[in-house]
Structures are given as C-alpha cells and as structure tokens.
Design a protein. Sequence first.
Length: 232
Amino acid sequence: MEEENKKKKFSILDIVRNKQYYAIANLVFYFILILLLVIMFRTSSSDTNKNNNSSNSSNQNTEVSQIDGFDSIKQKNFNFKYTLKVDLKETVYEGKERENKIFFKDITNSKEYFIKDDVFLVKEKEQYVLTDSPVRYFNYLDVDIIESIISKSTKEEDEYIITIDEFANIISDNDKTSNDEIYIELEKQNGIITKVTMDLTNYAELIDSKINDVKLTLQYYNFNLIEDFDIK
C-alpha cells in the first residue's frame, strides 16, 4: 500500500527531471504565452481603431446652424455654382469646397482659382501664383458670411430682408450707410437650402450710381460627396 502511495505522489521536480513532462510543460507554457499576446494585440488594435474613429469624427465639421436648412452648407462639403449678374454682364464661378479649401473655375473669364485658409491662388500657365480675391462686392465664397447675412435678415412672406447698414456691418464695409434694403430668397429641396438669391442693387448703387440691377445667385449641390483635394 505504501509503495502505491509513493508511486502516486507527484512533485514539480518530476516535471524538470522527466523529459516527457518537461516537453509537455513547455508546450503548455508557450501556448498560454502566445494566447495572451494575441489577446493583448487584438485589444490594442481595437483601442487604436476606436481612437482613430473618434479622431476622424472630431475632425469633421459638426456645427449646427440656427438657420433652418443651412446645416448641409455649413458642413463645407459640396459643389457650387455662383452667378453674379451686373446689368447685362454675368460672372459665373463653378467649383467645389471641402473644409478649408475651395477650388473653382471662372467660366466667364476662363481662369482657375484655389483658396486655402483665405489665401487666393490663380493658375497662370502651369502653376498657381498668389493673387487678390476676384470676388466682387463681398466674399460670397465664405459660407459663414452667407449664414450671418441670412440670420440677421427679417423674414417677410416668401423673402428675407436685411438693411444695408446691417449688411455692410457683416461684410466689414462700414463706409456704406443707407436706409435701403437687400432682398433675399431661399430655395430648398427636402428641407435643405440649395439656392440663395440676393438682390444687391441698392448696395451696388452706393458703389457705382450707374448700375441698375445686381443679382447674386448661389447654388449648392452634391453635399458630403467631395473627396479631399489639393493642387500640384
């Protein structure tokens, strides 16, 4: 009986001394180690992806406009067509905007422009060079200015009205004062503003009394479909 008990007794030293036990113990040890490393790697990758997704989400413009239907424009990711008609002469800009970059073609004058962080570049031959803003009357390329103008306007039936004094204050042209008004119309599709039309005649006459009619039409489309872009 005592001999059987001695045979059944087992100690850690037996693992070290017995080559078969030792080999099995090594296999188990390394299996557990590899399993732990795999779990740690997956956990780390998951955390990294979460952080990246969180970072990407935080980089997106998620501001909400106080103007009903203006949110898609405020995201600054769209194609556009801007038409300024001064009496019988039209200037048409067609392009795209994403975040802090704008690329557009002056269809009327066959020129290409690129804007980044309010720096204007124009393409001359095969390269872009610094230039002044080609935009007339005020910077209607800036959607934040458009938002401010609309938000300061008063709605009357189917149009919005803003005084020239208030308009001049928004565009930082404090030299212009008048009791006249600017008239604005908004068009929507599925609750989203896709077109803004401004009658700038009264303001333009303060600059040039010979002008009879000035209309600005801003059209926005392809919201959130613009991929990142740059110039060479």
